[in-house]
Design a protein. Structure first.
Ligand code: AMP
Length: 320
C-alpha cells in the first residue's frame, strides 16, 4: 500500500481541508497547493476546501489565497505542499488542525506531519499532485484550471523543462496537462514576462557577476539598488538563473539584501552540491537549487568561500 492510499483515505474522512505551502511562493508552491485544492473541490463538492498563506506577490495570475478564521482549523485536515521544513510553512496556523499531511519533493530533512509523502525524484510538487490524481483517476476530477496551475508549477520548477530534474515522466505528465483546456501560451507568457526594471536588473547581474577560476559565481544586490530600480524581492526570481547561462559558471549565489539588512541567498549549481552549504546558513533546498540567509557581509563572504570550495572539489572529482 502506498502512502498515497492513506492520504486519499484521510482526505475522505475530513469535512474541512486547509491547504498551505511555503513562504514567498513560487509557481510550483502555488501550482501544487491550489492545483490540489481545485482537484479536491471538484471531486468532493460537499467538503470545505481552503487555500491559505501570505501574499502571492507577482503571481496573482495563478491564484489568490483565502481568509480563514482560526476556528475553521478545529477538527480540520491540513495539507502542506512543496515545503521541506515547518518554519517555512506560510501561515503557522497549519499546526492548529487535527491531522497534518506533508507532500513535497525536497530532501526530507524534517518529516513533519501524520502522513509524509516525499518524492525527491519528482521535478516539482505539482508533478506529484498530478501523480496523485493519476493514481486515483476514477475517483478524482481534474479541472482545466487545476491543469493550468499544475502545468505552471512544472514549467516553473523545471525552468521550462530544462533542469536535470526533468524526466520522461515529467514530460508525460505535462503532456496530459497540456491536453486540458487552458491557454498555455498565455500562461507561459505570464510566467516569462518581465518588467523593464527587471530587465535592467538582468543587465546589472551580467555586468557585475564575479566568477573565479573554478566557476564559482557571485552577485550582490543591495537593498538600495532594488529601491533605485523599483523592484520588490519577489521579482528577483527571474534573474536567478541568468549566471548559469554563462559557459564559465559552475555554481553561483545571488545575495539579495533585505530591508532589514540581512541577505536572502539564492544558490544554484550545474553540478557541485550546494544544499549542504544552504543548510549551514539557515536554509536548505535541492542539491542544485537552494536558498539560505546571511546576516551580514561576513556571512556573504563565508558562503561564497564555500561555493568556491564546492566548485574546486567538484572539478577535482571529475578529473580523478
Ligand atoms: P529560491 O532561491 O528561494 O528560489 O529557492 C530555491 C530552493 O531552495 C527552493 O526549492 C526552496 O524551497 C529552497 N529554499 C529556499 N530558501 C530556503 C530556506 N530558507 N530553507 C529551506 N529551503 C529553502
Amino acid at each position: 500500500m502506498s502512502v498515497r492510499n492513506d492520504i486519499l483515505s484521510m482526505i475522505k474522512k475530513y469535512e474541512t481541508i486547509i491547504i498551505h505551502r511555503h513562504q514567498r511562493p513560487d509557481p510550483d508552491a502555488l501550482g501544487s497547493q491550489v492545483g490540489l485544492a481545485e482537484i479536491l473541490r471538484a471531486s468532493f463538492p460537499e467538503k470545505n476546501i481552503y487555500q491559505v498563506g501570505g501574499p502571492v506577490e507577482g503571481l496573482e495570475f495563478l491564484a489568490l489565497m483565502e481568509e480563514v478564521e482560526d476556528s475553521v482549523y478545529q477538527g480540520a485536515l491540513v495539507i502542506v505542499t512543496d515545503t521541506a521544513n515547518s518554519p517555512r510553512i506560510s501561515d503557522n496556523r497549519y499546526a492548529l488542525g487535527e491531522k497534518l499531511i506533508k507532500i513535497d519533493h525536497h530532501p526530507n530533512d524534517e518529516p513533519y506531519g501524520d502522513l509524509v509523502w516525499v518524492n525527491t525524484k519528482a521535478s516539482s510538487c505539482s508533478e506529484m499532485i498530478m501523480d496523485f490524481y493519476l493514481m486515483f483517476e476514477d475517483e478524482l476530477t481534474l479541472t482545466d484550471n487545476a491543469a493550468r496551475l499544475l502545468y505552471g508549477g512544472i514549467v516553473g520548477d523545471t525552468g521550462r523543462f530544462l533542469y536535470p530534474a526533468t524526466t520522461s515522466h515529467t514530460l508525460e505528465v505535462a503532456a496530459v496537462l497540456r491536453g486540458c483546456d487552458f491557454d498555455a501560451t498565455a500562461l507561459n507568457r505570464e510566467l516569462e514576462q518581465i518588467s523593464m526594471s527587471v530587465a535592467k536588473l538582468a543587465g546589472y547581474v551580467y555586468q557585475n557577476l564575479e566568477v573565479d577560476a573554478d566557476g564559482a559565481g557571485k552577485v550582490l544586490i543591495s537593498h538600495e539598488m532594488l529601491t533605485e530600480y523599483g523592484i520588490v524581492d519577489s521579482e528577483t526570481a527571474s534573474v536567478v538563473p541568468l549566471p548559469g547561462t554563462i559557459d564559465e559558471v559552475l555554481a553561483w549565489g545571488l545575495f539579495v539584501q533585505q530591508p532589514e539588512g540581512y541577505y536572502r541567498v539564492r544558490l544554484r549549481s550545474k553540478g557541485p552540491v550546494i544544499n549542504e552549504i544552504a543548510k549551514r546558513h539557515h536554509g536548505g533546498g535541492h542539491p542544485l537549487a537552494s536558498g539560505a540567509n546571511a546576516r551580514d557581509m561576513d556571512e556573504v563572504r563565508e558562503i561564497y568561500a564555500e561555493i568556491q570550495q564546492a566548485c574546486q572539489n567538484f572539478i577535482q572529482e571529475v578529473v580523478e
